[in-house]
Write a protein that binds this ligand. Sequence first.
Ligand SMILES: [Mg+2]
Length: 171
Amino acid sequence: MLSYLRPNMYVESLDSISPMQLQELGIKGLIIDLDNTVTPWNAMEVGPKVTRWFKGLKQYGIKCCVASNNSEHRVAGVANALGIPFVYKAKKPRRRAFHQALKVIGTGINDTAVVGDQLFTDVLGGNRLGMYTILVLPISKREWIGTRFMRCLERLVFWAMDLPEGAKVRR
Ligand SMILES: [Mg+2]
């Protein structure tokens, strides 16, 4: 069970994922979570660093799709502003939305990574399909009450896990 919750990479934020490194790993597509990964929870504005990072991905030919458990209105607002496709009400960690996102960007399980701030939705979902998974630190501490509950379970998992050296899991 723990192995399904273990990300392949730990980073502080989206913009610390280097497109060049992704390319070296053979990753051609990213399925990216929205809340507390791209923007603070339920916020519409995307920071300048993140905007630049998305542009950088384009230059490297890495395709992106946002996959979020949030509503259509919420997800479309941010994804359209960034000019990237999206899947809403994704019900992660269920597999369907990940398959949908792969179809949208036209990449496969072996050359696509899942990026997100939560173990029980993003990382678990990606690992269930055998995709490469990248955990980012949540942008802010403000979150939905259900997520706050899951953070308690995450803490237990991190405690039980052998974390790689330098892995940051908490702000
Ligand atoms: Mg999130």
